[in-house]
Ligand binder design. Structure first.
Ligand SMILES: Nc1ncnc2c1ncn2[C@@H]1O[C@H](COP(=O)(O)OP(=O)(O)OP(=O)(O)O)[C@@H](O)[C@H]1O
Length: 754
C-alpha cells in the first residue's frame, strides 16, 4: 500500500487524474528481468499477459537496436499509453521511444495502431528511427506521407503499426468515402490511435474540418470588390469592434459601396453584401505575414499555434478568394464540398485513443469531456532545475521592446545562448532587425524558413547563439547544450509576449532545462499586447514605476493571467459550441456510411431495387445477367447516396448560417432549431436516395457492358481534392465574416435613428 507521504506527494506533485503508481511498480519489476535478458543471444517473443516481462524485453530490444536503454519513466509513459491515457512527458524526455514501446504493445495485443505524427517529416523519421526496435519485437511498421501512392498507402495500412499525420489519414478516410469499388478502399477499420502532441491535435485543432471537394462552377469575381474595399477608410467607412475580431460598414460606408456598385441596395442583394463583407474582412482583419504569407504566387496560411506554414490549409472558399483578390493573385480552384469530417470526428472513430505531449494537464477537462481520456503525469527522468522567473511587465510596447533588447544584449555578453519566442512571423522579423541594429547577430526561425529548422535548432544551444523564433510547439528537435554552456546557466528562453494559451508558453519554456540541464525562462509582456487589449479590455491598468516603463505592481501580473484565462475560456466555449453542431452531422455521417458500406461491399443496392421494381429487375437480369445487373444497381445507389449526402451537407451548412443570421428574434435556441431541421432533413435523405435510385433504375441504359452512367445522368466530379479549413482558435474568420451580415443592418438602423 502507498504510504501517506507518497499519497500526499501524488496530490502535490502530480496533478494528473490518472494514478501512475501501478505503472511504476511494473517498471520496477521489469528491472528484475534485465540481467537475465542481457545474457540471451535471442530475445524471447513478448507476451502481453506479463507486462513487467514485456517492458523488460522492450527495454533490452531498444538497448540492442537503438543503443538507448529506456529509463523507468519512459516505461511508465508507455504503460500509460497502453492503458489508453494521455501521458504528459516534458520536452526531451524521449516520447518517441515511449510511444514506440506502447504502439508495439498495442500491436502485440492484436490491434492495428496508427501513430498520429505532427507532420509527414516526423512520421517518416520516427517510423524509420524506431524500425529496428519494432522488428526486434516482431511488429511490422510503415508510414505514409502526402506523396504516397494508393499502393504504398494500402501497404502501410496493412502493417501492425503505421505512422502518419492526421491530415493524411483524414484525407484517405474521405477519399474512401467516394470509392465505387471495394477494391479501391484504402483505410481499414480504425482500432488504436496513438497521438503525438496530443493536446494540439485533440484540442487546438479538434474543430478543423478536413474537406473533400469536387470540381464545380468557379465562384464570383472578387477582384472588383477587393479594389472597392481598398478605397474605404477605417473609422469613416468601416469600424472594427473592441476585440478587433469583427469589422462592419458604417452608414457612410454602406452608402459609398452602394453608390460605387451603381446604386444598388446592399440589403436586398445578400450575395453582394456577403462578398463585400468577406473583402472587408480580408482587407481589415487578416494581415500579411501574420495570418498568412504570400509565397510562390500563392497564399500560404500560417498555423498560429505551430508557427508553421499550413500547407494543406485554406480558408472557406469565399474568404480564400477575397484574400487572393486582396493580394492580386489568381483565384484558386473552388469546388463543392463532397464530404467533410472534423479532426475530432476523425479521432473519435477509433475505439481506443491514447496520446503524449509535454502539456496535457492544462486541457485535462477537455480531454475528458470530448474524448473520455485521463491524463497521466509522468515525472521527469532527472529533476527539472530550470529557473522560471516571474513575467516582466511594461505599460507600453515600445518600452517592453527596448527592455527586451537590453536584456538580450546583457545576457549575450556572458556567452549564454538565448532563444526568444515571438508571437508571429512579422514580430520575429522586427525583433531581429532591432537586434541587428544593436550589432547583435541572430538567427531567425519562423514559418518562412522552417526547412532549415533542424540546422538552426542544432546551433541554438551553442555558446553565443541568439535564436529568434515563432511558436515552437510540435517541433520534434530538442536543443542540446554546447560545451561550456551549462556553466553559464544553460539555455535562456525569453518569451516576447504571452500566448493566448498558457500551454504554448509552457512549451516555449520547456525548450530549456531538458533532461535535468540548467536553464532559465522569462516572459516580457506589455499591457498594450493584443492578449490584454482583447481579453481584459476593461481592467484599469496600473502605472509604470519609473522611466523604463516597467510595471512592478502585482496587479499587472494578475491582469496578464486573467486575460489568458479569458482567452482560454473563449476557446473552450467555441470548441464546445462547434462540437454541438458537428456532433449531429458526425452521427448522421456514420449512419450513412454504414449504409454505403452495405451497398459497396454487399448486395443492399441490388436487393432494394429488385424489391422495388421486380419486373424490370427480372427483364434486365434475363438480358444482361445477374452479375452485371447487380454491379449497375450498386453504382446507381452509390451515386445517389453520395449525391444526397453532398446536398445534405450543403443544406446543413446553410441552415447553420441562416440560423445565426436570424438571431435572437426566434423562439428556439439556434442549436435546437439546427437539430430539429437537421434531423428532419436527414429522415428524408434515405427516402430520397431510394426515390432517385428507382427513378434512375427505370430509365437507365444497362447493357451487357454494364451501366452507361454518363447517359443516365450519373456524372461524378471529374476532379477531387482535399484540404483543411484554417483553424482559428478564436472563431473561424468565416464565421466572423458572416456574422457581419447582421451587424451592419442594425448599426445602420441605429445611425439612421440618431
Ligand atoms: N533512454 C534513452 N537514453 C538515451 N537517449 C535517449 C533515451 N530516450 C530518448 N533519448 C534521446 O533523447 C532525445 C529526445 O527524444 P525525443 O525526440 O523522443 O524527445 P521528446 O520527448 O519527443 O521531445 P520533444 O518535446 O522535443 O519532441 C533523442 O535524441 C533521443 O535519442
Amino acid at each position: 500500500m502507498a504510504s501517506i507521504s507518497q499519497l500526499i506527494r501524488n496530490l502535490l506533485d502530480r496533478p494528473g487524474s490518472a494514478n501512475i503508481s501501478p505503472f511504476q511498480r511494473v517498471a520496477t519489476q521489469a528491472g528484475a528481468h534485465e540481467d537475465r535478458l542481457k545474457e540471451l543471444d535471442e530475445l524471447p517473443p513478448p507476451r502481453m499477459g506479463d507486462l513487467p516481462e514485456f517492458c523488460a524485453i522492450a527495454r533490452e530490444a531498444a538497448r540492442r537496436t537503438l543503443d538507448e536503454r529506456p529509463f523507468d519513466v519512459q516505461l511508465v509513459g508507455a504503460l500509460a499509453l497502453l492503458s489508453g491515457q494521455v501521458a504528459e512527458m516534458a520536452t526531451g524526455e524521449g516520447k518517441t521511444l515511449s510511444g514506440a514501446i506502447a504502439a508495439a504493445g498495442h500491436a502485440l495485443r492484436g490491434r492495428r495502431v496508427h501513430v498520429i505524427s505532427v507532420n509527414d517529416y516526423l512520421a517518416r523519421r520516427d517510423a524509420e528511427w524506431m524500425g529496428p526496435l519494432y522488428e526486434a519485437l516482431g511488429v511490422s511498421v510503415g508510414w505514409i506521407s502526402q506523396s504516397s501512392t494508393p499502393e504504398e498507402r494500402r501497404e502501410a495500412y496493412a502493417k501492425n503499426v503505421m505512422y502518419a499525420s492526421v491530415s493524411e489519414i483524414g484525407f484517405d478516410v474521405l477519399r474512401d468515402r467516394i470509392a465505387t469499388s471495394a477494391d479501391d478502399l484504402i483505410v481499414p477499420e480504425p482500432e488504436v490511435a496513438l497521438i503525438d502532441e496530443a493536446d494540439s491535435v485533440l484540442v487546438d485543432e479538434a474543430r478543423v474540418p478536413l474537406v473533400l471537394a469536387g470540381a464545380a462552377d468557379p465562384g464570383l469575381d472578387s477582384a472588383e470588390t477587393a479594389e472597392l474595399v481598398r478605397r474605404l477608410s477605417r473609422g469613416y467607412h468601416y469600424e472594427l469592434d473592441d476585440q478587433g475580431l469583427n469589422v462592419f460598414l458604417t452608414a457612410k460606408g454602406t452608402d459609398a459601396v452602394e453608390r460605387a456598385l451603381g446604386g444598388i441596395n446592399l440589403y436586398e442583394t445578400p450575395e453582394v453584401l456577403t462578398q463585400v463583407n468577406l473583402a472587408l474582412h480580408a482587407h481589415a482583419l487578416l494581415t500579411r505575414d501574420v495570418d498568412y504569407l504570400v509565397r510562390d504566387g500563392r497564399i500560404q496560411l500560417v498555423n498560429q499555434s505551430r508557427g508553421r506554414v499550413a500547407t494543406l490549409q485554406r480558408w472557406p472558399d469565399g474568404l480564400q478568394a477575397a484574400v487572393e483578390a486582396k493580394e492580386a493573385l489568381p483565384a484558386s480552384e473552388t469546388g463543392e464540398i463532397l464530404d467533410s469530417i472534423t479532426i475530432q470526428g476523425l479521432i473519435r472513430r477509433y475505439p481506443e485513443i491514447c496520446g503524449m505531449t509535454g502539456t496535457a494537464v492544462a486541457v485535462e477537462d477537455q480531454l475528458r469531456e470530448f474524448y473520455g481520456l485521463k491524463v497521466a503525469v509522468i515525472p521527469p527522468n532527472r529533476p527539472n532545475v530550470r529557473v522560471d522567473e516571474p513575467d516582466r511587465v511594461f505599460g507600453a510596447v515600445v518600452d517592453m521592446r527596448m527592455a527586451l533588447v537590453d536584456e538580450i544584449a546583457r545576457v549575450h555578453e556572458t556567452g549564454r545562448p538565448i532563444l526568444i519566442g515571438t508571437l508571429d512571423v512579422s514580430e520575429s522579423e522586427r525583433l531581429a532587425d532591432d537586434l541587428r541594429r544593436e550589432g547583435l547577430e541572430c538567427v531567425v526561425l519562423n514559418a518562412k524558413n522552417d526547412a532549415e529548422e533542424a540546422a538552426i535548432i542544432a546551433q541554438a544551444g551553442q555558446k553565443g547563439t541568439i535564436t529568434v523564433s515563432t511558436q515552437m510547439a510540435g517541433r520534434g528537435t530538442d536543443i542540446r547544450l554546447g560545451e561550456g554552456v551549462a556553466e553559464l546557466g544553460g539555455l535562456y528562453v525569453i518569451g516576447a509576449g504571452r500566448h493566448a494559451s498558457s500551454r504554448l508558453d509552457d512549451q516555449l519554456r520547456g525548450r530549456a532545462g531538458r533532461q535535468g540541464d540548467p536553464g532559465g525562462s522569462v516572459f516580457y509582456v506589455s499591457l498594450e499586447d493584443d492578449l490584454i487589449t482583447q481579453y481584459a479590455p476593461h481592467e484599469s491598468l496600473p502605472p509604470a514605476d519609473d522611466e523604463t516603463g516597467v510595471v512592478r505592481s502585482k496587479r499587472a501580473g494578475y491582469i496578464v493571467g486573467h486575460a489568458q484565462r479569458v482567452a482560454e475560456g473563449t476557446h473552450l466555449e467555441i470548441h464546445r459550441n462547434t462540437w454541438r453542431y458537428t456532433r449531429l452531422l458526425e452521427t448522421q455521417r456514420a449512419q450513412v456510411l454504414e449504409q454505403r458500406d452495405k451497398v459497396l461491399r454487399g448486395e443492399a443496392g441490388g436487393d432494394a431495387l429488385a424489391a422495388a421494381r421486380p419486373q424490370r429487375w427480372e427483364e434486365l437480369g434475363a438480358e444482361v445477367g445477374d452479375a452485371v445487373l447487380r454491379e449497375a444497381a450498386r453504382q446507381i445507389v452509390l451515386f445517389h447516396l453520395d449525391r444526397c449526402w453532398t446536398e445534405h451537407l450543403g443544406f446543413m451548412s446553410d441552415i447553420r448560417e441562416g440560423i445565426h443570421l436570424r438571431g435572437l428574434g426566434h423562439k428556439l435556441k439556434p442549436i435546437d432549431e439546427f437539430h430539429r431541421e437537421g434531423v428532419a432533413a436527414y429522415k428524408q435523405l434515405l427516402e430520397e436516395v431510394e426515390r432517385r435510385s428507382i427513378e434512375t433504375f427505370e430509365t437507365a441504359t444497362i447493357t451487357a457492358d454494364g451501366l452507361d452512367s454518363e447517359e443516365s445522368g450519373l456524372k461524378r466530379p471529374t476532379a477531387t481534392w482535399t484540404y483543411l479549413v484554417q483553424d482559428n482558435p478564436f472563431g473561424s474568420a468565416f464565421d466572423r465574416a458572416l456574422k457581419n451580415l447582421v451587424t451592419p443592418r442594425s448599426k445602420r438602423r441605429q445611425s439612421l435613428d440618431d
